[in-house]
Structures are given as structure tokens and as C-alpha cells.
Design a protein around this ligand. Structure first.
Ligand code: S5P
Length: 464
């Protein structure tokens, strides 16, 4: 009760319209990210977990927090109980030991798993399977909140016992007691949570930017872009395919109010200089847009790392995002994690090229689908896709589309253009990438405004 009060005071329980990770719509949302911002509440939650360990007499040798949200809690519990911790990585390291589990352990010993909120239990099962593969014994899970959405049964089927401090019904009863919700509201919330999730998981997916933003706490690139899109009301990315730095700066001075991203091909610029980069960064900061270098990386990881960090352009030092071909395989994509996580980088993430806009492109058949599978492995730094049609049903990714021109259909060199309506309403992309239709226009500013207005109105009037 004391903990529920504290969580509530810290804004962990929210009423509104939300879409859950499962795709279900919900008028209630539990936001435990507030825990790490409130040291007192975090400590209380850790103590409550320790109390359960004592009262249930749980016996174990190590503690593992389900990555990432439960890791701080697990650390505090380890500290209180003086027990060693192990870390489970989300993806195996691409260098050195390539281990998934970090820390010293002996196979055959017992591990207690700690989680913050349990919904269906799938991330716990993933963690436990990795630990069991290392020969560790894992059959006890301790969580702060059980959302009562089948987690207990799903875990029991894998011989895992779930213990929780509190549950969805206990939270809703507490909120009734403090007059935050009515009993009718509780019934409505439970009903919403009972709504089945379809096999493809997207029955109730809500594609509004408001809701998508909620899914993005772990993806800094998309969070940044969605914030810009919402505040400037634009889903336009201009492709500044010009060869002189002065032309690009002049273009940006005209169009900055209408764009969420400026896309460059840095290697076509004839008079590249660091002053140019500084000017662009100042403009991007002042007028809120991201710098997008469309380098289309496609090599072994080590070469991509050099291409990102070195050479004349030192792309990672100024570009917030880049494009990557999936053709070299998913292990090479993990290169980007280290670059994005480096403190001295401007890079927030990358887009994978699922489908090209050109006539006869080989990015068809299995290619977009396999590209999506790669992206799913790196949700923290893959922001989405370059595609022609929305290539996946996950709203936490953004779908960027080139090949947009309101008047013309092709450039005679393989490029295929279609209208904004086709690109956003029919093909369900989020961000339009427009080059020559704007950069070659008589009145560049008016044309950028026309594309931004039409793009945004197509996006916000789309129902899915
Ligand atoms: O499939 C693609 C992928 C990209 S990123 N087709 C593309 O045209 N692009 C890029 O989008 C291309 O490199 C260019 O910078 C821009 C399209 O320019 P436009 O002048 O044809 O609109």
C-alpha cells in the first residue's frame, strides 16, 4: 500500500488513451520508468522485493534483472542481500568473448530473476532460456507488478514460479480507494486487457504519433523525430542533393520550418568543409530538424565502423542518423550499437533499407521481410526503414519513403515517383523523402510548404 501510494505520487499510473506493446488499446497505463527517477521509491520497491524473498524463503545463488528496466532494481536487491549479480545482454557482444551472460557463475547454481512489470512473461522466458543454456537453474521470478495478462500461466508452463509485490487488480482497487477511478472504470480497464491480441499481434494497434511516442522510451532517434514531427507538424524530409555547400545552406534557410529531417549525400559535395557542418548543426539546433546522412552502408562491420568514424567526413561526429543496407547480414548492423552508444557521437540511430524506389531493384521477395527481422533484433538503434510500402506492423518503427513527386512519375534514370497520397495514405509510410520536386522548384519555400502541408494532412487523417 505504501509503495502504491509512492508510485501514484510519482505519476506511475496514468489514465488516457494508450496502445500497449501487445497492440491492445488501453485507457490505463503503468509507467514504471518513473522508478529510476525517484531514488526513494526505487529503494522501497527493492526492499519490498527483499521482504518477499524472506517471507517465501527463496533460495538462490545469483540475481539477474531482466534487461533493461529491471536492472537497477536487481542491483539494489543484490546490494541489500549481498548476493552476486549476473547480467544478461540483449544481444551477444560482437567482439571479445561474445557472451550473453556477464559475471562469474558456476553451472548448476540457482538464479533468481527480477522483473519490474510482467505482462505475458515473454521477456522473462527469453532471459531464462539464455541462463538455462548456460547450465544455470532458474525457476523463480520476482516482480513488482503482475499485470495479470497470462504471465503466471505462461511461466508455469516453463516450470517457472512468479511472485509479485502487487497486481493489476490490487492497483485498481487502491485507485478506487483513493477516488482516482470508479469501480466502473476498473471494470472497463480489465475488459480492455481481456481483449484478445490477434495472432499477428496488430489487432488493436493505434498508429497515432501520440501513442507511438509512448513505445519509444528505448529508441532515442525515433523519440527525437516524433517530438519534432509533432511540434512542427511535419513529416517532410528534404533530400538536399546539391553539390555546393552554399546551395545547401541557402536551401535550408528557406525550408527549415517545414522539415523534420534534412537528408544529405555528403560525398557529392564539391567544397566540403567543417564550417559547413557547423553551420548545418547550428541551423538544425535552432530550427529543430535531424541531420540524416544517406550513406547506405553495406560492408563488413569493421569497414562500416571506419566509414562512420573516420575519413574526411567523420560521419558519426555530426549525422544524427544514417541508412544501412541489410544485405551484409544482421551481425554487421550491430556495429551501429557501439557507435550510437559512444558519448562523443552525434548518431542516434539508423534506418535499414527494406525496399528501394528504383525500377528493377532487387529489394523484393524475401528481402524486406528479412530486413524487418534484422531490425527487430536492434530496437534501440534501428529507427525504422526506407521502404515503398509500410513493411511491418510495429508502430514503434518509423517508415520513411523516397520516390515522392506530386507532378512527375519518373526521371528517366530508374527513379519511380508517386504522389503523397499514394505514399502516405495508400502505402502507409510515415515520413516522405522529397528531393528534386522541391530543390528544383522555382519557389523552393512555397513548394516545401505545399509538400509539408499535404504530407502532414495525409498522415494525421490516416486511421491506421
Ligand atoms: O530507394 C531509395 C532510397 C533513397 S534513400 N530511393 C531514393 O531515391 N532514395 C534517396 O531519396 C535518393 O538517394 C535521393 O537522395 C532521394 C530522392 O530524391 P528525388 O529527387 O528522386 O526525390
Amino acid at each position: 500500500m505504501e509503495l502504491l501510494k509512492e508510485l501514484n505520487n510519482n505519476g506511475a499510473f496514468k489514465l488516457g488513451q494508450f496502445v500497449l506493446k501487445s497492440g491492445q488499446n488501453s485507457s490505463f497505463y503503468i509507467d514504471l520508468r518513473t522508478l529510476i527517477s525517484s531514488p526513494d521509491v526505487l529503494a522501497k520497491a527493492a526492499q519490498a522485493l527483499c521482504d518477499i524473498i524472506a517471507s517465501k524463503n527463496l533460495d538462490f545463488d545469483y540475481i539477474v534483472g531482466v534487461p533493461y528496466a529491471a536492472m537497477p532494481l536487481a542491483t539494489l536487491v543484490c546490494n541489500i542481500l549481498k548476493k552476486p549479480m549476473l547480467l544478461k545482454r540483449k544481444e551477444a557482444k560482437s567482439y571479445g568473448t561474445k557472451k550473453l551472460i556477464e559475471g562469474s557463475y558456476e553451472p548448476g547454481k540457482k538464479t533468481l530473476i527480477i522483473e519490474d512489470v510482467v505482462t505475458t512473461g515473454s521477456s522473462i522466458i527469453e532471459t531464462i532460456e539464455a541462463l538455462r543454456n548456460e547450465g544455470l537453474v532458474c525457476d523463480q521470478v520476482l516482480c513488482v507488478i503482475d499485470r495479470e495478462q497470462g504471465g503466471v500461466h505462461k511461466l508455469a508452463a516453463k516450470e517457472i514460479q512468479l511472485h509479485s509485490i502487487t497486481s493489476m487488480s490490487a492497483i485498481l482497487d487502491f485507485l478506487i480507494q483513493i477516488d482516482f477511478i470508479t469501480p466502473q472504470k476498473k471494470a472497463q480497464i480489465l475488459e480492455e486487457l481481456r481483449a484478445p491480441v490477434a495472432a499477428n499481434g496488430n489487432r488493436a494497434i493505434c498508429w497515432s504519433l501520440e501513442n507511438r511516442k509512448l513505445l519509444l522510451s528505448k529508441n532515442p532517434l525515433n523519440k527525437h523525430i516524433i517530438e519534432i514531427m509533432m511540434s512542427k507538424q511535419t513529416n517532410l524530409c528534404v533530400a538536399a542533393d546539391l553539390t555546393k555547400t552554399s546551395e545547401i545552406i541557402e536551401l535550408v534557410q528557406k525550408i527549415h520550418s517545414f522539415i523534420c529531417a534534412l537528408k544529405l549525400h555528403i560525398d557529392i559535395i564539391e567544397d566540403f568543409s567543417w564550417d559547413f557542418i557547423t553551420s548545418l548543426q547550428t541551423l538544425a539546433q535552432e530550427h529543430k530538424f535531424v541531420l540524416f546522412e544517406d550513406r547506405k552502408f553495406a560492408d563488413i562491420g569493421k569497414t562500416m565502423e571506419l566509414q562512420l568514424n573516420k575519413g574526411i567526413y567523420k560521419i558519426s561526429s555530426w549525422a544524427n542518423m544514417v541508412t544501412v543496407h541489410s544485405v551484409a547480414g544482421d551481425a554487421t548492423i550491430s556495429t551501429f550499437r557501439e557507435v550510437v552508444e559512444n558519448q562523443n557521437t552525434a548518431m542516434e540511430g539508423c534506418l535499414l533499407i527494406a525496399e528501394l524506389s528504383t525500377e528493377g531493384a532487387l529489394t523484393r521477395d524475401f528481402y524486406p521481410k528479412e530486413t524487418v527481422e534484422f531490425a527487430k533484433k536492434y530496437p534501440n538503434f534501428v529507427g525504422g526503414f526506407i521502404c515503398q510500402k509500410r513493411c511491418h506492423d510495429d508502430p514503434s518503427f518509423l517508415y520513411w519513403t523516397p520516390g515522392v513527386n506530386q507532378e512527375q512519375r519518373g526521371d528517366g534514370a530508374g527513379q519511380q515517383w508517386r504522389s503523397i497520397q499514394q505514399a502516405v495514405t495508400q502505402d502507409k509510410n510515415d515520413i516522405i523523402i522529397v528531393g528534386r520536386a522541391i530543390t528544383s522548384a522555382q519557389d523552393v519555400k512555397a513548394e516545401a510548404e505545399r509538400y509539408a502541408t499535404a504530407g502532414w494532412s495525409s498522415l494525421i487523417s490516416r486511421s491506421d
